[in-house]
Ligand binder design. Structure first.
Ligand SMILES: Cc1cc2nc3c(=O)[nH]c(=O)nc-3n(C[C@H](O)[C@H](O)[C@H](O)COP(=O)(O)OP(=O)(O)OC[C@H]3O[C@@H](n4cnc5c(N)ncnc54)[C@H](O)[C@@H]3O)c2cc1C
Ligand code: FES
Length: 250
């Protein structure tokens, strides 16, 4: 059980929640499963990337989440001192870049949450962030001290106008770059195609639906390298050329 130490809005419909005590040895890209105790609704735990590790008294972790349904709606209504059930850290995270590799991160909306710990560990590179408008772009705020940040908004209210995938090609360059991406499946597929065309190493973090989070229920299977792999235990991070993108449901 973890106690909520903060839970405040950071962008439209998005909240930052701090939980204490923390968990040991988190790899960037790993996630925790959270359940609100004291009821069966919603029954299942919900997965969230570890956004940050808090040092100091008792330690802790932070997550950044978007309200999309019942579970996240209930989380947004919780306050300091409330408790939630946390399982993790789970899954396999992002590998670190090679010594001379350029780093490009590509994020769509709240997908940026899975890249923050990685950005902190690496401490250089470029983040290409895509959101609907300038208020969504607040989600990229914490990256500004860590790396170069380039914003793309659908309505053009901040940075360049369009979809983030339109700008990936020029950012990736040629060999010698490693790409890390997280966001909607269609975005990941486009980023992966560009990276594969350029012969660039690229890792994607998938956000499939999950029930157990530990490779038991088989509910999060994706086709990768000609076999079924579990997003929760074999991923959520995969090399982009492992994934059978035709078999993904978008
Ligand atoms: C490894 C992993 C890490 C994640 N990290 C984060 C994170 O850091 N921050 C964050 O905001 N979200 C993250 N997610 C997504 C998050 O788990 C879901 O948004 C959450 O479970 C929704 O719960 P809910 O009860 O509010 O929605 P529900 O009531 O269960 O669903 C509401 C709607 O959202 C859709 N939905 C639910 N889950 C997903 C999903 N995973 N992908 C796309 N659509 C979904 C449903 O189809 C439905 O239409 C992550 C998912 C995975 C698998
Ligand atoms: S969520 Fe149960 S196997 Fe992945």
């Amino acid at each position: 059980m973890a106690r909520i130490v903060h839970n405040y809005p950071v962008a439209p419909g998005c909240y930052r929640m701090g939980l204490s005590p923390g968990v040991d040895r988190v790899e960037p890209g790993q996630f925790v499963m959270i359940r609100i105790p004291g009821g069966l609704d919603p029954l299942l735990r919900r997965p969230f990337s570890v956004y940050n590790v808090l040092r100091g008294r008792g330690g802790g972790i932070e997550i950044v989440y978007k309200v999309v349904g019942r579970g996240t709606g209930m989380m947004a209504s919780l306050g300091v001192g409330d408790e939630v059930d946390v399982l993790g850290p789970l899954g396999r995270g992002f590998p670190m870049p090679g010594k001379k590799e350029r780093v490009v991160m590509v994020a769509g909306g709240v997908g940026v949450a899975s890249l923050h710990l990685l950005a902190k560990r690496i401490g250089y590179g470029t983040l290409l962030f895509g959101g609907r408008n300038r208020r969504d772009a607040r989600l990229a705020g914490d990256f500004r001290d860590l790396m170069e940040v380039k914003i793309v908004t659908e309505d053009g209210s901040m940075g360049r106008k369009g979809f983030v995938t339109e700008f990936v090609e020029e950012e990736i360059g040629e060999e010698g770059t490693v790409v890390y991406a997280c966001g909607p499946s269609a975005m990941l597929e486009k980023v992966s195609c560009i990276a594969m065309d350029r012969g660039v190493r690229c890792y994607v973090s998938l956000e499939g639906m999950m029930a157990c989070g530990m490779g038991v229920c088989l509910g999060c299977a994706v086709k990768a390298d000609g076999a079924y792999r579990m997003v929760c235990s074999d991923g959520p991070v995969f090399r982009c050329d492992e994934i059978d993108w035709q078999g993904m449901d978008g």
